[in-house]
Design a protein around this ligand. Structure first.
Ligand SMILES: [Zn+2]
Ligand SMILES: [Zn+2]
Length: 126
């Protein structure tokens, strides 16, 4: 019988279940108006891309700000790493660099931009 290698997706569901809010702007997962989505911090390649260390829950707007860019809302990999660090208490840069392969990980956690901090204040308690 041929063995098919399926990506291990168990972390995906577990992480989505555990995370309460957008790690960047604190938009709560079940609040109507915006959806929250799982983002793969360094993409979907490597040996275990769906590992929780490579996942972060973000609202659809922050997700778009990162991938496509939104004017006035800069969001870099460094910011994502910072949000992950705050949310989980740590960020495993070595693991992420391993997923990135030979290119490595060139960014470190970076203080979040002012717009994200403002939205966090606005979304806190909602
Ligand atoms: Zn957000
Ligand atoms: Zn993404």
């Amino acid at each position: 019988m041929a063995r098919k290698k399926e990506p291990d997706r168990k972390w995906l569901e577990a992480y989505a279940f555990q995370s309460e809010r957008c790690a960047v702007c604190y938009w709560r997962k079940y609040r109507p108006g915006k959806r929250c989505e799982l983002h793969h911090i360094v993409g979907r390649r490597g040996r275990d891309p769906h590992h929780h260390r490579n996942l972060i829950l973000v609202c659809e707007e922050c997700h778009r700000a990162y991938h496509a860019g939104i004017s006035g809302k800069p969001l870099t990999l460094g910011h994502i790493l910072k949000a992950k660090e705050e949310e989980d208490g740590e960020v495993d840069l070595k693991f992420l660099a391993g997923l990135k392969g030979r290119a490595g990980l060139k960014e470190d956690p970076t203080e979040l931009p002012e717009w994200a901090k403002q939205e966090r204040r606005r979304n806190a308690g909602k």
